[in-house]
Write a protein that binds this ligand. Structure first.
Ligand SMILES: *Cc1c(COP(=O)(O)O)cnc(C)c1O
Length: 380
């Protein structure tokens, strides 16, 4: 049996959790939270990294921080996780969906400008599988219309666009350390603050709207309620687990990229590659092997393949159901322009197992079985 995903375990997580217990402070912003933030700040080259309980919380914090008001519009693609939209819908925003590019499944940067209105407040970009959106064009549009860019970088630890780590290019970015991601702590996340004007207020909102952080730094004699806020601190136990994982980041990225390349090379010159499509990585993008997908001819062929692979003990998965086609997406969003690719492409995308625990032989087995099952479906 080959599961679709196995959360990575580096081996030192328990040791670090014991250390956290020994340190005594298990709430937010303790020793390991500090270590993780510092690591990420320097690794990503970002002025401020605030660990949060999840990427969803980091996006919610971002929405509070940029003061989204009821009626404001936020532009994004519909091929993304529900949290990219929900964080803004919670503040009363309307979501304006634009179509994706079929090559990367990312937002089509050429369509963003026509989705902008007087009410537009922000553009949310999600880099699918750690392959970057066209950030130069997107940042230029944001500057022209005075909009905030938030990078949903949930997939993006150790990924780059023109040498810049993803999440460090927009005004704000959000990472996920959910157990389905490359590096994780069960549930966890981080807000990346690239525009320094947001740093002080982010610390306040994250501390229940109080200036407790300045108090802890001995900058003020007592702390009080100064703004809206919530509790967006990551538990120290999770940070200890995460720090153990961050120390293995290089290994994880290397293993995943190697499996990703094994898939790609095996499918490149197979007779079947006129039947399915393999991913294309644009120049200037360096990914982390978070996702490997094929595109079948259509939804039906994909379902047949998923089902026949299960009978062989191999678990594959489709991905996001486009948000604009959902019940809630229809109420809180609208599609700008034509849905030429979002629905069609997401309906035929099939993700294959990819995680450090997979051996080269197992990957070969997946490739062999997939090809033979595909042939039997196609009757060739
Ligand atoms: C996983 C994911 C999230 C949510 O991450 P959590 O840490 O589980 O909140 C958000 N956006 C995208 C694109 C994701 O894949």
């Amino acid at each position: 049996m080959i599961p679709f995903n196995k959360p990575f375990i580096g081996g030192e997580e328990i040791k670090y959790i014991e250390k956290a217990i020994a340190h005594g402070n298990l709430s937010g912003d303790g020793y390991f939270t500090e270590q993780c933030s510092r690591f990420l700040q320097s690794f990503i080259n970002c002025p401020s990294v605030l660990l949060t309980p999840s990427c969803t919380h980091a996006l919610e914090l971002a929405a509070l921080l940029i003061d989204v008001q009821p009626g404001d519009e936020v532009v994004m693609s519909a091929f993304t996780f529900v949290s990219s939209a929900n964080a803004f819908v919670l503040r009363g925003a309307k979501i304006v969906f634009v179509d994706i590019r079929p090559d990367t499944m990312n937002i089509d940067e050429m369509l963003i400008e026509s989705a902008i209105t007087a009410k537009t407040k922000a553009i949310v970009v999600m880099h699918y599988g750690g392959v970057a959106c066209e950030m130069d064009e997107i940042m230029a549009i944001a500057t022209k219309y005075n909009l905030i860019v938030i990078e949903d970088s949930a997939h993006c630890i150790d990924t780059y666009y023109k040498e810049k780590h993803l999440g460090s290019i927009g005004h704000l970015g959000a990472l996920s350390f959910h157990s389905t991601k490359n590096i994780h702590c069960g549930e966890g996340g981080a807000l990346l603050i690239n525009d320094r004007q947001f740093i002080d207020r982010a610390e306040i909102i994250r501390e229940k709207g109080t200036n407790r952080k300045s108090f802890l730094r001995n900058m003020i004699p007592k702390y009080s309620w100064v703004d809206i806020g919530s509790s967006y601190l990551q538990s120290e136990l999770n940070s200890a687990f995460l720090y153990a994982q961050l120390n293995k980041l290089e290994f994880v990225s290397k293993r995943r990229r190697s499996i990703w390349n094994q898939y790609l090379n095996s499918f490149l010159d197979k007779e079947l590659n006129e039947h399915f499509e393999i991913p294309k990585i644009p120049m200037n993008c360096f990914h982390n092997g978070h996702i490997f997908y094929l595109k079948c001819q259509d939804h039906e062929e994909r379902q047949d393949l998923i089902n026949s692979l299960i009978t062989k003990g191999i678990y594959t998965a489709f991905h996001y159901v486009p948000l604009h086609s959902s019940k809630f997406g229809k109420v809180h969003g609208r599609f700008s322009g034509q849905d030429n690719y979002t629905s069609v492409e997401s309906n035929r995308l099939l993700r294959l197992p990819i995680y450090p625990d997979l051996s080269q032989d197992e990957v070969q087995k997946i490739i062999d079985v997939l090809i033979s099952e595909y042939k039997s479906i196609l009757n060739i």
